[in-house]
Design a protein around this ligand. Structure first.
Ligand SMILES: CC(C)(COP(=O)(O)OP(=O)(O)OC[C@H]1O[C@@H](n2cnc3c(N)ncnc32)[C@H](O)[C@@H]1OP(=O)(O)O)[C@@H](O)C(=O)NCCC(=O)NCCS
Length: 229
């Protein structure tokens, strides 16, 4: 009698754990399907209203285009690498490696949102639809503006375009990495755009873990909850 009760309790525990694992696997599969669907979209910028294809403020007249990195011309790819190196090499210090960065920037799922002024590129975001642990996210790998177009609201507008694309494709958050020493970018993300420390950021996980960067993120409302609200 007693033995069978203990066995019954053990079986219940096993069942509960199995159900939980199944539920988690189902959730991950659903999120992965959302990422795959987003990556199958040829031009995610086309999901947004036409008013979001240009920026005409603060003496800037800029038009946006979006495509996978590998589909851009070699001139644009080289420009993207060049501006990234100019803006970021000092912040990376010894960790900067030309070849590694070039490879990262041209990986299959890398997409570039490019801002062009009179046909010439002046700014870009490298982003990807990807899984971050068990969530579908839009990962912003890079935002780089030529010095001549900085501090005119363009960076903020481009991040907002990423957030809108994340919303349209049902991503759960926009996430990015920023160096501690990049004070301008920290202020840009935290004060201007309301990004906050992601739960996976080194200092959120373990205060003893000394690294030179943080992971910031912003949750994206689901389409369903926006309709209900
Ligand atoms: C960081 C960056 C993307 C911001 O884009 P931007 O178009 O210049 O910024 P916006 O005009 O939209 O927003 C400006 C806000 O960002 C912050 N900011 C941007 N540049 C700054 C600087 N040099 N010093 C201090 N704060 C700065 C401020 O909060 C500023 O608000 P304010 O102008 O009211 O003071 C852009 O300056 C850039 O490309 N920098 C070099 C590359 C880089 O660091 N990329 C980020 C890597 S994580």
């Amino acid at each position: 009698m007693v033995v069978s009760t203990i066995k019954g309790k053990k079986n219940d525990k096993h069942k509960a754990r199995r159900d939980q694992r199944r539920e988690e696997a189902k959730k991950i599969a659903e999120q992965q399907a959302i990422v795959n669907a987003a990556n199958a979209i040829a031009n995610p910028l086309a999901l947004l209203a036409p008013m979001f294809r240009k920026y005409d403020r603060n003496s800037l007249q800029v038009e946006f285009e979006c495509d996978f990195a590998k589909n851009w011309t070699s001139e644009i790819q080289e420009w993207g690498f060049g501006i990234t190196k100019r803006n970021m090499k000092d912040l990376y210090g010894k960790e900067w490696k030309d070849k590694e960065k070039q490879e990262e920037m041209l990986e299959d799922t890398a997409q570039y949102l490019i801002a062009k002024q009179e046909g010439s590129p002046v700014a870009f975001c490298h982003f990807r639809f990807d899984m971050d642990y068990d969530l579908a996210v839009l990962y912003c790998y890079e935002i780089q503006l030529e010095e001549s177009v900085q501090r005119k609201g363009l960076g903020r507008f481009m991040m907002q375009l990423l957030e809108l694309m994340a919303f349209q494709t049902q991503m759960r958050k926009v996430i990015l990495t920023v160096f501690h020493d990049n004070k301008a970018a920290m202020s840009f993300y935290k004060s201007k755009l309301s990004y906050s420390l992601d739960e996976t950021s080194p200092s959120a996980v373990d205060v003893e873990w000394e690294v030179n960067y943080e992971i910031l993120s912003k949750p994206i409302k689901s389409k369903q909850s926006s309709i209900a609200a």
